[in-house]
Design a protein around this ligand. Structure first.
Ligand SMILES: Cc1cc2nc3c(=O)[nH]c(=O)nc-3n(C[C@H](O)[C@H](O)[C@H](O)COP(=O)(O)OP(=O)(O)OC[C@H]3O[C@@H](n4cnc5c(N)ncnc54)[C@H](O)[C@@H]3O)c2cc1C
Length: 427
């Protein structure tokens, strides 16, 4: 049986943050990082815009501003961001304020999907130089906490301390682990919303501020804006009963002259937290996703804003004519009627937010603008952490988006570092 001091599950930013910190603090420790993918992927590969301002990406229940700032300094030292300059911010902020909307000023950098890949390669080389072993195409399947062993699709591995950071896609896997370890948990929030796609000239703020963070009333916010060479994509997801659905998302390649497609896309998400009667937000979100799949023939829905305003579905035949002057970048979606698929209250708040946005940045609700649905963000149920370092039991720690300790690359990296500071006590 293979034996390591530290085993890290997941090579995303949370796993990386922990691996670098442990390699520095305990250089003699034998560290293994495994990832089920063939390439070290993690979310850094998608667009890779990074936010360096609290509270973006930091769930408030786990992070005070002082803590986040302390860790962000450390994260910046690794990621060495070139912060993008912003222009005309005050104009937008004043317009927003009049509508009770805030536009948060966030220190950002953007590497693009291709730039993110380069960064991952660089980190892999640096980890190898520090003798951290990376095993790809290896999936953790189960754990035996008594003997401090995990089983993967290849072998059994003994650990002294373990970090599980499987990302948002791994939220169900984390749930299984919590059940095995008898870790208590409470239901987590879900984010449900749409992705908006339009020409840059109709949302020109992106030329002044790459990923503008608008916070609207009723827990609605803009999220993950991409522009330049930007594309809407779909992620394949599975419900707890094994049914497949697709959630939309977006990314852009790094800024390269001549390669721009002139498009921008961003999400508008509504946070939903369910309370009485106690129900699962994740199951609720999955039901909504399946409803969208039903209406879209197994694909996400897309609708031109012009059709939406008229209360009619978009159809393939008349999806491109007259004012509808650009093709969707995610062509596999089904033209349809989003108001048939989304619950009224969520839709009402999102539409109201979009109208506010159109007052702050006039033009974004041009009839040609496309809205895609569903864009859903699921997080694992919130574990009851045993300490401030995201320890769940004995020598086992969770971190990253799946565990609910972050919602973005920089915060995931920070939560990996924070977990590692508890892990050193077991070495
Ligand atoms: C399309 C898209 C675009 C995004 N754009 C941005 C952006 O621009 N900026 C930003 O801040 N955030 C962005 N995000 C979110 C960002 O990716 C996450 O916040 C971040 O990657 C979370 O880090 P993590 O380490 O928790 O998880 P991840 O980065 O998801 O890494 C988890 C890793 O664990 C592996 N894994 C899972 N289960 C197992 C298992 N059982 N055994 C072994 N390995 C396992 C997975 O293969 C994965 O590589 C984007 C996400 C997506 C999907």
């Amino acid at each position: 049986m293979d034996q390591y001091d530290v085993v890290i599950i997941g090579s995303g930013p949370a796993g990386m943050g922990a691996a670098f910190e442990l390699a520095e603090k305990v250089p003699q420790a034998a560290i293994l990082m495994i990832d089920k993918q063939r390439f070290s992927t993690g979310g850094m590969r998608n667009d890779c815009k990074m936010n360096f301002t609290y509270p973006i990406g930091f769930p408030l229940e786990y992070w005070s501003e002082a803590e986040a700032v302390e860790y962000l300094d450390k994260v910046s030292a690794f990621l060495s961001p070139t912060i993008l300059r912003k222009k005309n911010l005050q104009i937008y902020q004043e317009r927003a304020k009049r509508l009770d909307v805030s536009l948060i000023e966030v220190a950002q950098t953007h590497l693009g999907t291709d730039g993110g890949l380069e960064l991952i390669k660089k980190f892999q080389e640096e980890l190898a130089q520090r003798d951290v072993e990376l095993s790809l195409s290896e999936e953790m399947l189960a754990i035996d906490p008594e003997s401090r062993q995990i089983t993967t699709n290849r072998r059994t591995i003994a650990y002294r301390t373990l970090l599980i950071a499987p990302g948002r896609q791994g939220f169900r896997f984390l749930q299984e682990i919590m059940d095995t370890l008898s870790v208590g948990y409470v239901d987590n929030i879900v984010d449900i919303g749409i992705r908006v796609e339009t020409r840059i000239e109709r949302y020109p703020i992106v030329k002044d501020y790459y990923d503008p963070k608008f916070m609207f009333p009723e827990k609605v916010r803009t999220f993950c804006t991409n522009s330049g060479n930007a594309h809407v994509v779909q992620e394949k997801c599975e419900t707890s009963h094994g049914e497949v659905y697709y959630s939309v998302n977006g990314h852009a390649y790094s800024a390269q002259k001549g390669k721009e497609n002139g498009m921008t896309n961003f999400a508008v998400l509504k946070t939903v937290g369910l309370t009485e009667p106690l129900a699962s937000g994740q199951l609720f979100a999955e039901h909504l996703a399946l409803q969208a799949m039903l209406l879209g023939g197994g694909r996400p829905l897309m609708q031109r804003v012009g059709d939406f305003r008229l209360g009619k579905r978009s159809k393939a035949g008349d999806f491109n004519h007259d004012l509808y002057d650009f093709p969707p970048t995610l062509r596999t979606c089904c033209p349809g009627d989003i108001s048939l698929a989304m619950p009224a209250r969520i839709l009402r708040y999102i539409w109201k937010s979009l109208k506010n946005l159109d007052t702050i940045v006039p033009g974004v609700l041009h009839p040609s603008t496309i809205i895609y649905y569903p864009e859903i963000k699921l997080y694992a149920n919130k574990p009851q952490y045993a300490d401030n370092h995201f320890r769940v039991t004995d020598s086992i720690f969770f971190a990253g988006d799946g565990a609910g300790t972050s919602r973005g690359i920089t915060a995931a990296w920070a939560s990996g570092i924070r977990a590692s500071r508890g892990m050193v006590n077991y070495l």
